[in-house]
Design a protein around this ligand. Sequence first.
Ligand code: KDG
Ligand code: MG
Length: 402
Amino acid sequence: MDTIVEASVLVTCPARNFVTLKITTADGVVGWGDATLNGRELAVAAYLRDHVAPLLIGRDPARIEDMWNYLFRGVYWRRGPITMTAVAAVDMALWDIKGKVAGLPVYQLLGGAARDGVRVYTHASGADVPSLLEDVARAKERGFTAIRAQAAVPGVEGTYGVKHGAYYEPANAALPEEQAWDTPAYLRFAPTYLAKVREEFGFDFALLHDVHHRLTPQEAARFGRSVEDLDLFWMEDPTPADNQESFRLIRSHTTTPIATGEVLSSIWDVQHLVSEQLIDYIRLSVTHSGGISHLKKVFALAELYQVRSGSHGPSDISPIGQAAAVHLDMAIANFGIQEFMGYPDLVDEVFHGGPTYADGYLHVGEESGLGIEYDEQAAARFDYTARYLPVARRLDGSVHDW
Ligand code: KDG
Ligand code: MG
Protein backbone atom coordinates (compact mmCIF):
# COMPACT_ATOMS: atom_id res chain seq x y z
CA MET A 1 0.00 0.00 0.00
CA ASP A 2 1.22 3.48 -0.91
CA THR A 3 1.02 6.04 1.91
CA ILE A 4 0.93 9.80 2.24
CA VAL A 5 4.33 11.04 3.42
CA GLU A 6 3.92 14.79 3.13
CA ALA A 7 1.14 17.37 3.03
CA SER A 8 2.12 21.00 2.62
CA VAL A 9 0.11 24.18 2.24
CA LEU A 10 1.34 26.73 -0.28
CA VAL A 11 0.14 30.32 -0.46
CA THR A 12 0.94 32.53 -3.43
CA CYS A 13 -0.30 35.75 -5.01
CA PRO A 14 0.28 36.03 -8.76
CA ALA A 15 -2.10 39.01 -9.17
CA ARG A 16 -4.41 37.45 -6.55
CA ASN A 17 -4.14 35.03 -3.62
CA PHE A 18 -4.35 31.26 -4.06
CA VAL A 19 -3.98 28.52 -1.44
CA THR A 20 -2.85 25.10 -2.68
CA LEU A 21 -2.48 21.77 -0.89
CA LYS A 22 0.31 19.49 -2.06
CA ILE A 23 0.08 15.82 -1.06
CA THR A 24 3.06 13.56 -1.75
CA THR A 25 3.01 9.78 -1.47
CA ALA A 26 5.80 7.35 -0.60
CA ASP A 27 5.86 6.30 -4.27
CA GLY A 28 6.62 9.91 -5.19
CA VAL A 29 3.20 10.76 -6.66
CA VAL A 30 2.12 14.37 -6.09
CA GLY A 31 -1.52 15.48 -5.94
CA TRP A 32 -2.71 19.10 -5.98
CA GLY A 33 -5.81 20.53 -4.31
CA ASP A 34 -7.26 24.05 -4.38
CA ALA A 35 -8.02 25.60 -0.96
CA THR A 36 -8.69 29.21 -1.97
CA LEU A 37 -11.47 31.04 -0.12
CA ASN A 38 -11.53 34.67 -1.19
CA GLY A 39 -10.72 37.08 1.66
CA ARG A 40 -10.34 34.24 4.19
CA GLU A 41 -7.36 32.46 2.60
CA LEU A 42 -5.21 32.16 5.70
CA ALA A 43 -8.01 30.65 7.80
CA VAL A 44 -8.20 27.68 5.41
CA ALA A 45 -4.39 27.51 5.17
CA ALA A 46 -4.12 27.30 8.98
CA TYR A 47 -6.96 24.75 9.21
CA LEU A 48 -5.15 22.55 6.71
CA ARG A 49 -1.64 23.07 8.02
CA ASP A 50 -2.38 22.85 11.75
CA HIS A 51 -5.33 20.46 11.91
CA VAL A 52 -5.52 18.36 8.75
CA ALA A 53 -2.00 17.81 7.38
CA PRO A 54 -0.78 15.92 10.48
CA LEU A 55 -3.73 13.50 10.14
CA LEU A 56 -2.89 12.62 6.56
CA ILE A 57 0.59 11.23 7.14
CA GLY A 58 0.74 7.43 6.87
CA ARG A 59 -2.78 7.13 5.40
CA ASP A 60 -3.69 5.35 2.16
CA PRO A 61 -4.22 7.99 -0.58
CA ALA A 62 -6.41 5.56 -2.53
CA ARG A 63 -9.21 5.61 0.11
CA ILE A 64 -10.84 8.86 -1.00
CA GLU A 65 -14.36 8.27 0.33
CA ASP A 66 -13.01 7.05 3.66
CA MET A 67 -10.75 10.11 3.92
CA TRP A 68 -13.69 12.40 3.19
CA ASN A 69 -15.74 10.88 5.98
CA TYR A 70 -12.77 10.83 8.34
CA LEU A 71 -12.21 14.57 7.82
CA PHE A 72 -15.91 15.53 7.81
CA ARG A 73 -17.43 13.28 10.48
CA GLY A 74 -14.23 12.73 12.40
CA VAL A 75 -13.83 16.36 13.49
CA TYR A 76 -17.26 16.62 15.14
CA TRP A 77 -17.50 20.29 13.99
CA ARG A 78 -18.91 20.13 10.52
CA ARG A 79 -19.87 22.09 7.42
CA GLY A 80 -19.16 25.79 6.84
CA PRO A 81 -16.95 27.25 4.10
CA ILE A 82 -13.62 26.96 5.96
CA THR A 83 -14.03 23.26 6.77
CA MET A 84 -15.56 22.37 3.42
CA THR A 85 -12.81 24.18 1.48
CA ALA A 86 -10.13 22.35 3.49
CA VAL A 87 -11.81 18.96 2.95
CA ALA A 88 -12.20 19.84 -0.75
CA ALA A 89 -8.46 20.44 -1.13
CA VAL A 90 -7.64 17.01 0.29
CA ASP A 91 -10.31 15.34 -1.84
CA MET A 92 -9.11 17.02 -5.05
CA ALA A 93 -5.48 16.12 -4.37
CA LEU A 94 -6.45 12.47 -3.77
CA TRP A 95 -8.42 12.31 -7.04
CA ASP A 96 -5.38 13.82 -8.78
CA ILE A 97 -3.19 11.11 -7.24
CA LYS A 98 -5.65 8.35 -8.14
CA GLY A 99 -5.69 9.51 -11.75
CA LYS A 100 -1.91 9.71 -11.91
CA VAL A 101 -1.54 6.22 -10.43
CA ALA A 102 -4.14 4.80 -12.83
CA GLY A 103 -2.72 6.73 -15.81
CA LEU A 104 -6.19 8.17 -16.49
CA PRO A 105 -7.72 11.66 -16.47
CA VAL A 106 -10.04 12.14 -13.49
CA TYR A 107 -13.19 12.41 -15.66
CA GLN A 108 -12.57 8.82 -16.78
CA LEU A 109 -12.55 7.67 -13.15
CA LEU A 110 -15.87 9.50 -12.62
CA GLY A 111 -17.60 7.50 -15.32
CA GLY A 112 -16.13 8.87 -18.53
CA ALA A 113 -17.21 11.62 -20.88
CA ALA A 114 -20.93 12.34 -20.90
CA ARG A 115 -20.35 15.17 -23.41
CA ASP A 116 -17.74 16.37 -25.90
CA GLY A 117 -16.96 19.61 -24.10
CA VAL A 118 -18.05 21.79 -21.21
CA ARG A 119 -20.16 24.79 -22.22
CA VAL A 120 -19.08 27.90 -20.34
CA TYR A 121 -20.38 31.38 -19.72
CA THR A 122 -18.18 34.41 -19.34
CA HIS A 123 -18.66 37.85 -17.86
CA ALA A 124 -19.44 41.05 -19.73
CA SER A 125 -19.80 44.26 -17.78
CA GLY A 126 -19.52 48.01 -18.02
CA ALA A 127 -19.42 51.19 -15.99
CA ASP A 128 -22.29 52.29 -18.26
CA VAL A 129 -24.54 50.70 -20.87
CA PRO A 130 -22.42 51.51 -23.97
CA SER A 131 -19.33 49.92 -22.39
CA LEU A 132 -21.38 46.86 -21.35
CA LEU A 133 -22.55 46.48 -24.95
CA GLU A 134 -18.95 46.71 -26.17
CA ASP A 135 -17.94 44.03 -23.68
CA VAL A 136 -20.78 41.73 -24.81
CA ALA A 137 -19.57 42.21 -28.40
CA ARG A 138 -16.02 41.23 -27.34
CA ALA A 139 -17.30 38.10 -25.59
CA LYS A 140 -19.28 37.11 -28.68
CA GLU A 141 -16.19 37.64 -30.85
CA ARG A 142 -14.31 35.23 -28.57
CA GLY A 143 -16.93 32.61 -29.35
CA PHE A 144 -18.88 32.56 -26.08
CA THR A 145 -22.46 31.35 -26.50
CA ALA A 146 -23.42 32.29 -22.94
CA ILE A 147 -22.70 35.69 -21.41
CA ARG A 148 -23.41 37.19 -17.99
CA ALA A 149 -24.25 40.89 -18.26
CA GLN A 150 -23.78 43.44 -15.46
CA ALA A 151 -23.67 47.24 -15.54
CA ALA A 152 -22.93 49.73 -12.78
CA VAL A 153 -26.16 51.18 -11.38
CA PRO A 154 -26.10 54.99 -11.87
CA GLY A 155 -25.32 56.60 -8.52
CA VAL A 156 -24.23 53.30 -6.95
CA GLU A 157 -20.46 53.63 -6.73
CA GLY A 158 -18.69 50.28 -7.00
CA THR A 159 -21.68 48.14 -8.10
CA TYR A 160 -20.76 44.42 -7.74
CA GLY A 161 -20.06 42.43 -10.86
CA VAL A 162 -18.39 45.20 -12.86
CA LYS A 163 -14.84 44.61 -14.09
CA HIS A 164 -12.07 47.15 -13.70
CA GLY A 165 -9.70 46.04 -16.43
CA ALA A 166 -9.86 42.64 -18.08
CA TYR A 167 -10.93 40.60 -15.02
CA TYR A 168 -13.55 40.89 -12.33
CA GLU A 169 -11.69 41.19 -9.05
CA PRO A 170 -13.93 42.19 -6.17
CA ALA A 171 -11.32 41.55 -3.43
CA ASN A 172 -9.69 44.89 -4.06
CA ALA A 173 -8.49 46.40 -0.80
CA ALA A 174 -6.31 45.67 2.24
CA LEU A 175 -9.40 46.36 4.37
CA PRO A 176 -12.97 45.96 3.07
CA GLU A 177 -14.11 48.80 0.83
CA GLU A 178 -17.58 50.04 1.80
CA GLN A 179 -19.89 50.29 -1.20
CA ALA A 180 -23.30 51.94 -1.38
CA TRP A 181 -26.38 49.99 -2.40
CA ASP A 182 -29.75 51.27 -3.62
CA THR A 183 -32.32 48.54 -4.36
CA PRO A 184 -34.99 50.75 -6.03
CA ALA A 185 -32.34 52.21 -8.38
CA TYR A 186 -31.15 48.69 -9.30
CA LEU A 187 -34.71 47.44 -9.88
CA ARG A 188 -35.43 50.39 -12.17
CA PHE A 189 -32.16 50.11 -14.10
CA ALA A 190 -31.15 46.44 -14.50
CA PRO A 191 -34.13 45.33 -16.67
CA THR A 192 -33.46 48.26 -19.04
CA TYR A 193 -29.85 47.35 -19.79
CA LEU A 194 -30.64 43.63 -20.12
CA ALA A 195 -33.29 44.67 -22.68
CA LYS A 196 -30.67 46.75 -24.53
CA VAL A 197 -28.37 43.70 -24.71
CA ARG A 198 -31.19 41.72 -26.35
CA GLU A 199 -32.08 44.61 -28.68
CA GLU A 200 -28.47 44.89 -29.84
CA PHE A 201 -27.49 41.21 -30.04
CA GLY A 202 -30.75 39.28 -30.37
CA PHE A 203 -31.83 36.09 -28.66
CA ASP A 204 -29.53 33.44 -30.16
CA PHE A 205 -27.22 33.25 -27.15
CA ALA A 206 -27.71 32.57 -23.46
CA LEU A 207 -27.97 35.76 -21.39
CA LEU A 208 -27.31 35.45 -17.66
CA HIS A 209 -27.54 37.99 -14.84
CA ASP A 210 -26.24 37.90 -11.27
CA VAL A 211 -28.41 39.60 -8.62
CA HIS A 212 -25.74 38.77 -6.00
CA HIS A 213 -28.12 38.31 -3.04
CA ARG A 214 -29.34 41.91 -3.17
CA LEU A 215 -33.13 41.46 -3.19
CA THR A 216 -35.85 40.28 -0.83
CA PRO A 217 -37.94 37.36 -2.15
CA GLN A 218 -40.75 39.73 -3.12
CA GLU A 219 -38.38 42.11 -4.94
CA ALA A 220 -36.75 39.14 -6.68
CA ALA A 221 -40.14 37.87 -7.79
CA ARG A 222 -40.89 41.29 -9.29
CA PHE A 223 -37.49 41.42 -10.98
CA GLY A 224 -37.84 37.92 -12.42
CA ARG A 225 -41.27 38.73 -13.81
CA SER A 226 -40.07 42.03 -15.31
CA VAL A 227 -37.39 40.27 -17.41
CA GLU A 228 -39.40 37.23 -18.55
CA ASP A 229 -39.58 38.50 -22.15
CA LEU A 230 -35.78 38.72 -22.26
CA ASP A 231 -35.45 34.93 -21.93
CA LEU A 232 -32.66 34.91 -19.34
CA PHE A 233 -30.73 31.64 -19.03
CA TRP A 234 -30.88 32.37 -15.29
CA MET A 235 -31.10 35.04 -12.64
CA GLU A 236 -28.46 34.20 -10.11
CA ASP A 237 -28.71 34.52 -6.32
CA PRO A 238 -31.90 36.58 -6.45
CA THR A 239 -32.05 36.52 -2.64
CA PRO A 240 -29.80 35.00 0.05
CA ALA A 241 -30.41 31.25 0.37
CA ASP A 242 -29.94 31.12 4.14
CA ASN A 243 -33.66 30.46 4.29
CA GLN A 244 -34.21 27.94 1.51
CA GLU A 245 -37.95 28.32 1.89
CA SER A 246 -37.83 31.94 0.69
CA PHE A 247 -37.25 30.75 -2.89
CA ARG A 248 -40.80 29.38 -2.96
CA LEU A 249 -42.20 32.90 -3.10
CA ILE A 250 -39.95 33.82 -6.05
CA ARG A 251 -40.77 30.57 -7.82
CA SER A 252 -44.51 31.05 -7.49
CA HIS A 253 -44.37 34.42 -9.29
CA THR A 254 -41.94 34.03 -12.17
CA THR A 255 -40.79 31.57 -14.81
CA THR A 256 -37.33 33.19 -15.07
CA PRO A 257 -34.95 30.32 -14.23
CA ILE A 258 -33.20 30.59 -10.87
CA ALA A 259 -29.60 29.69 -9.97
CA THR A 260 -28.05 29.79 -6.53
CA GLY A 261 -25.44 28.25 -4.27
CA GLU A 262 -22.05 29.93 -4.71
CA VAL A 263 -21.76 30.76 -1.00
CA LEU A 264 -23.16 27.41 0.14
CA SER A 265 -20.97 24.43 0.88
CA SER A 266 -22.87 21.21 1.52
CA ILE A 267 -25.67 19.00 0.28
CA TRP A 268 -27.72 19.92 3.35
CA ASP A 269 -27.51 23.62 2.44
CA VAL A 270 -29.37 22.92 -0.80
CA GLN A 271 -31.52 19.93 0.11
CA HIS A 272 -34.89 21.73 0.07
CA LEU A 273 -33.98 24.05 -2.80
CA VAL A 274 -33.36 20.97 -4.91
CA SER A 275 -35.90 18.44 -3.65
CA GLU A 276 -38.75 20.97 -3.76
CA GLN A 277 -37.65 22.20 -7.20
CA LEU A 278 -37.31 25.78 -6.01
CA ILE A 279 -34.32 26.39 -8.32
CA ASP A 280 -33.15 25.34 -11.78
CA TYR A 281 -29.34 25.47 -11.43
CA ILE A 282 -27.14 24.60 -8.48
CA ARG A 283 -23.95 26.67 -8.22
CA LEU A 284 -21.83 25.04 -5.54
CA SER A 285 -18.15 24.81 -6.48
CA VAL A 286 -15.78 21.87 -6.11
CA THR A 287 -13.38 24.09 -4.16
CA HIS A 288 -15.86 25.37 -1.56
CA SER A 289 -18.04 22.31 -1.09
CA GLY A 290 -16.02 19.33 -0.05
CA GLY A 291 -14.39 18.52 -3.38
CA ILE A 292 -15.28 16.21 -6.23
CA SER A 293 -16.64 13.45 -3.96
CA HIS A 294 -19.22 15.67 -2.26
CA LEU A 295 -20.24 17.77 -5.26
CA LYS A 296 -20.83 14.61 -7.29
CA LYS A 297 -23.43 13.62 -4.66
CA VAL A 298 -25.03 17.08 -4.77
CA PHE A 299 -25.39 16.80 -8.55
CA ALA A 300 -26.75 13.26 -8.25
CA LEU A 301 -29.42 14.53 -5.86
CA ALA A 302 -30.17 17.40 -8.25
CA GLU A 303 -30.50 14.97 -11.16
CA LEU A 304 -33.55 13.39 -9.50
CA TYR A 305 -35.34 16.75 -9.64
CA GLN A 306 -34.19 17.99 -13.05
CA VAL A 307 -32.01 20.63 -11.45
CA ARG A 308 -28.82 21.14 -13.47
CA SER A 309 -25.30 22.13 -12.52
CA GLY A 310 -23.93 25.63 -12.99
CA SER A 311 -20.74 25.57 -10.98
CA HIS A 312 -19.27 28.74 -9.60
CA GLY A 313 -16.01 29.37 -11.47
CA PRO A 314 -14.68 32.82 -10.60
CA SER A 315 -11.01 33.75 -10.84
CA ASP A 316 -10.88 33.45 -7.04
CA ILE A 317 -11.02 29.67 -7.42
CA SER A 318 -7.58 28.52 -8.56
CA PRO A 319 -6.94 26.83 -11.93
CA ILE A 320 -6.66 23.56 -9.96
CA GLY A 321 -10.21 23.99 -8.63
CA GLN A 322 -11.38 25.02 -12.08
CA ALA A 323 -9.77 21.92 -13.62
CA ALA A 324 -11.46 19.69 -11.02
CA ALA A 325 -14.80 21.34 -11.83
CA VAL A 326 -14.41 20.69 -15.55
CA HIS A 327 -13.55 16.99 -14.99
CA LEU A 328 -16.74 16.64 -12.95
CA ASP A 329 -18.77 18.64 -15.51
CA MET A 330 -17.57 16.21 -18.19
CA ALA A 331 -18.89 13.18 -16.35
CA ILE A 332 -22.29 14.10 -14.89
CA ALA A 333 -25.61 13.63 -16.67
CA ASN A 334 -27.29 16.85 -15.49
CA PHE A 335 -24.59 19.33 -16.43
CA GLY A 336 -26.00 22.80 -17.17
CA ILE A 337 -23.20 25.29 -17.67
CA GLN A 338 -19.83 26.19 -16.12
CA GLU A 339 -18.74 29.69 -15.15
CA PHE A 340 -15.40 30.64 -16.69
CA MET A 341 -13.88 34.03 -16.01
CA GLY A 342 -10.29 33.24 -16.96
CA TYR A 343 -7.22 34.51 -15.14
CA PRO A 344 -4.70 37.35 -15.28
CA ASP A 345 -1.58 36.34 -17.30
CA LEU A 346 0.62 36.11 -14.19
CA VAL A 347 -1.46 33.16 -12.96
CA ASP A 348 -0.12 31.05 -15.87
CA GLU A 349 3.38 31.38 -14.42
CA VAL A 350 2.31 29.35 -11.36
CA PHE A 351 -0.31 26.94 -12.73
CA HIS A 352 0.65 24.96 -15.82
CA GLY A 353 -1.82 23.01 -17.94
CA GLY A 354 -5.51 22.68 -17.22
CA PRO A 355 -8.56 22.80 -19.49
CA THR A 356 -8.28 24.66 -22.79
CA TYR A 357 -10.90 27.05 -24.17
CA ALA A 358 -12.25 26.93 -27.72
CA ASP A 359 -15.49 28.26 -29.25
CA GLY A 360 -17.49 28.58 -26.06
CA TYR A 361 -16.35 25.30 -24.51
CA LEU A 362 -13.66 24.10 -22.11
CA HIS A 363 -11.89 20.84 -22.86
CA VAL A 364 -9.88 18.71 -20.46
CA GLY A 365 -6.92 16.94 -21.98
CA GLU A 366 -5.94 13.30 -21.67
CA GLU A 367 -3.19 13.87 -19.08
CA SER A 368 -3.60 11.63 -16.07
CA GLY A 369 -5.08 13.10 -12.89
CA LEU A 370 -6.43 16.65 -13.00
CA GLY A 371 -3.94 17.57 -15.72
CA ILE A 372 -2.59 20.65 -13.99
CA GLU A 373 0.70 21.27 -12.18
CA TYR A 374 1.75 23.91 -9.63
CA ASP A 375 5.15 25.53 -10.10
CA GLU A 376 6.50 25.98 -6.56
CA GLN A 377 9.51 28.00 -7.64
CA ALA A 378 7.42 30.49 -9.58
CA ALA A 379 4.84 30.64 -6.78
CA ALA A 380 7.52 31.55 -4.22
CA ARG A 381 8.06 34.85 -6.04
CA PHE A 382 4.58 36.10 -5.08
CA ASP A 383 3.88 36.84 -1.40
CA TYR A 384 0.43 36.66 0.14
CA THR A 385 -1.25 40.07 0.03
CA ALA A 386 -4.23 40.82 2.32
CA ARG A 387 -7.28 41.51 0.15
CA TYR A 388 -10.90 41.69 1.30
CA LEU A 389 -14.22 41.57 -0.46
CA PRO A 390 -16.23 44.80 -0.10
CA VAL A 391 -19.10 45.39 2.32
CA ALA A 392 -22.37 46.91 1.06
CA ARG A 393 -24.33 49.59 2.89
CA ARG A 394 -27.80 50.90 2.08
CA LEU A 395 -28.34 54.63 1.60
CA ASP A 396 -29.23 54.97 5.32
CA GLY A 397 -25.85 53.48 6.28
CA SER A 398 -27.08 50.03 7.35
CA VAL A 399 -25.29 46.88 6.18
CA HIS A 400 -26.76 45.04 3.19
CA ASP A 401 -25.85 41.61 1.78
CA TRP A 402 -22.81 41.96 -0.45
O1 KDG B 1 -15.32 35.96 -4.14
C1 KDG B 1 -16.58 36.41 -4.54
C2 KDG B 1 -16.78 36.13 -6.01
O2 KDG B 1 -16.50 34.80 -6.28
C3 KDG B 1 -18.19 36.46 -6.47
O3 KDG B 1 -18.46 37.81 -6.26
C4 KDG B 1 -18.31 36.14 -7.94
O4 KDG B 1 -20.69 36.29 -7.83
C5 KDG B 1 -19.70 35.86 -8.36
C6 KDG B 1 -19.85 34.96 -9.50
O5 KDG B 1 -20.99 34.72 -9.85
O6 KDG B 1 -18.85 34.51 -10.03
MG1 MG C 1 -22.43 35.12 -8.41
